[in-house]
Ligand binder design. Structure first.
Ligand SMILES: [Zn+2]
Length: 646
């Protein structure tokens, strides 16, 4: 049984951020869940690379459109690899296989009489690549508010007006075609108002797929982009898609235009379109101009991808808008993952290691817990089928809570001290906790794949977690006698302040890296930019300078370093109990014997480091111009050893 699902074909006007990651993580979760149900799942993502906006963005970056889109498209692919999102097909709209697919769709619609040549003169929004009917010169775009431009051009039109009733019939016959219901209602209301024909070609743009036999025309971006879902799996017997996962801002294109194009071409329609809500930043819309865009990779580096996955799936009701903040992210990580799941796992496994030598006892387990785990797991599976991730996770955490409570009530640490009857009860407690942990772990695998695999291995399973199917989620599959794997913390507690600072710091360097890729200069921080001296060095405060501990030292001995013609190894007395061992790159300028008895300046609080296997406990201060030999700093008057330079 096949299951074909897609993320949007992301527009490459910006590098990927957490919003793109949100959709793609959800898609990966669904992919894993469907695979657990026994489907052969194929997940497509890709990049939408044509259009005037890209042409202009590329020009602004001093690049050709192809260079520009190559860079950003590679960033998307890199991002999904880092996050481990298992993209099976990555379709670029600039790929040759795709152009053929778009031209084929056009010919089919044309042959069936749904495409005609017309012309348009009026207002046009470059940003949305949208004709704004009934607008006057200078009017803002109703979609984005940017000023429209006056254009007059010949186009090919798609007879969207012919599909009003057909679309309404489709929505009625397949009530799940558009989910969730709020989005379905919006689309229904829009279609019921009546549909105008849609221009599907442009003559004002060069960066696009050419319309067959029309050298001046290229395809309008949506006619081009949507078709990528088919190009990605052409010739593979995977079409139609079972699910297009999208953000709510593009629901109209997917739920109205796309099925209309396909109906006009006599091609099968996707089975479902699910539009999720927006991810806000501290309840504010993320945008470039607000400077509050968050990227996923810093979170991956500091807390792990599962922390991000858990937060997004748990905190945001899938389908509604939700809010991201670093505080909430780390809070959830510590309370739910480190304390909740992590604690149950480490406690259960530690008890089996301690009381039963790491071997799971043979037993049926506590029947009350067994029943409750079965019931809740059934509900969790239903939630996953409806993409209600938040509810599913609530269910799993209620199991975790119930098992925790059960362990505390049974007090296994007391049973361990008793005789035979207590030993039997201890077996039951240990088996119950381990079997519940097994089911929890397997159920969580689609949402927390990396951590679940770790716990799985700690439970001692030789078969990979990926091979587990929903049928294995029944109580009693765990066999007594199984030897546990090596224990280890899956979710080490995070220091709130330090981890947030680290993520924000990485966020800054990620932005700088992406700007450099595009040949853009990072926006200088106005405060930092002003704080540069005439020589180009950053201005520092007296407190900054005070952090450097400069001391007068006396060279006690000096020796050449084997294998190095630059380094000397010195011992320098700075008034401490022992002279400092210091490596200095001054062999080209000074003979070792000439240094003994000389007073020098030492940076005394530099972190020690090893050079050629010898620890250097400070740095000797010398001056030089680029390429010249260094000259040691020294004093005209006498000065005591250990005196501080200020
Ligand atoms: Zn606009």
């Amino acid at each position: 049984m096949k299951y074909y699902l897609t993320t949007p074909i992301y527009y490459v006007n910006a590098a990927p951020h957490i919003g793109h990651a949100y959709t793609t993580i959800a898609a990966n979760t669904i992919k894993r869940w469907k695979r657990m149900q026994g489907y052969d799942v194929v997940l497509t993502s890709g990049t939408d690379e044509h259009g005037q906006k890209i042409e202009r963005a590329a020009a602004a970056a001093g690049k050709t459109p192809q260079q520009f889109t190559d860079i950003i498209s590679a960033e998307f692919q890199r991002q999904w690899e880092i996050l481990g999102l298992g993209i099976d097909r990555f379709q670029r709209t600039t790929a040759a296989n795709h152009a053929a697919q778009v031209q084929d769709l056009f010919r089919r619609c044309l042959d069936n009489g749904y495409i005609y040549k017309g012309s348009y003169s009026g207002q046009y929004c470059v940003f949305d690549e949208l004709y704004v009917n009934d607008a006057k010169a200078g009017d803002p775009c109703p979609e984005c508010g940017r000023p429209t431009e006056t254009v007059s051009e010949e186009n090919y039109y798609f007879k969207l007006s012919a599909f009003q009733q057909k679309l309404l019939d489709l929505y009625e016959k397949h009530p799940d075609f558009i989910c969730p219901e709020t989005r379905r209602n919006e689309v229904l209301a829009f279609v019921k108002q009546g549909l105008s024909d849609l221009s599907i070609s442009r003559t004002t743009i060069k960066w696009g797929i050419p319309v067959p036999n029309e050298d001046k025309h290229v395809f309008y971006v949506w006619f081009d982009a949507l078709t990528a879902y088919m190009s990605a799996v052409a010739g593979e017997n995977l079409w139609p898609a079972d699910l297009h996962l999208i953000g709510k801002e593009i629901v109209r294109f997917h739920a109205i235009y796309w099925p209309a194009f396909l109906m006009a071409a006599d091609l099968p329609l996707p089975k479902q379109i699910f539009a999720h809500g927006w991810l806000l930043f501290e309840n504010d819309k993320m945008s470039k101009s607000r400077g509050n865009i968050v990227r996923a990779t810093p979170i991956h580096t500091v807390l792990g991808t599962d922390a991000l996955r858990y937060f997004l799936m748990r905190e945001v009701v899938f389908g509604q808008d939700g809010s991201f903040s670093y505080d909430a992210l780390v809070g959830r990580y510590n309370s739910d993952l480190a304390n909740g799941l992590g604690n149950l796992a480490s406690r259960t496994l530690a008890m089996i290691h301690q009381y039963r030598n790491g071997v799971i006892p043979a037993c049926d387990g506590n029947q009350q817990i067994a029943q409750s785990v079965q019931e809740i797991t059934a509900i969790v599976m239903e939630c996953l089928d409806r993409f209600e991730f938040s509810k599913a996770l609530e269910g799993v955490w209620s199991v975790i809570g119930a098992v925790d409570k059960y362990i505390v009530e049974q007090a296994p640490w007391k049973l361990a001290k008793g005789g035979d009857p207590e030993a039997k009860r201890l077996d039951e407690v240990l088996y119950t906790a381990a079997e519940a942990l097994r089911i929890v772990t397997a159920t969580l695998a689609p949402m927390l794949p990396e951590s679940a695999a770790k716990i799985w291995a700690q439970l001692g399973f030789a078969t990979p977690l990926d091979a587990v199917k929903t049928a294995d989620l029944h109580w009693g599959h765990l066999q007594g006698g199984q030897k546990l794997g090596l224990a280890g913390a899956v979710f080490p507690r995070a220091d709130v302040k330090a981890s947030i600072e680290k993520m924000m710091e990485l966020e800054k360097s990620e932005v700088a890296r992406q700007m450099e890729l595009l040949g853009q200069k990072p926006q200088p921080d106005p405060v930092a930019a002003a704080a540069v001296t005439a020589s180009g060095s950053p201005v520092i405060t007296i407190d900054d300078f005070g952090k450097v501990d400069l001391r007068v030292g006396l060279v006690k001995d000096a020796a050449a370093v084997k294998g190095s013609d630059k380094l000397l190894h010195l011992h320098v007395d700075i008034g401490e109990a022992e002279p400092r061992s210091i490596m200095a790159g001054i062999a080209g300028a000074y003979k070792p014997e000439a240094l003994v008895g000389r007073k020098v300046v030492i940076v005394a609080n530099l972190a020690p480091r090893k050079l050629r296997g010898i620890e250097s406990q400070g740095m000797i201060v010398a001056a030089s111009r680029e390429g010249d030999v260094p000259v040691l700093a020294s004093f005209l008057e006498d000065v005591p050893v250990g005196a501080r330079l200020k």
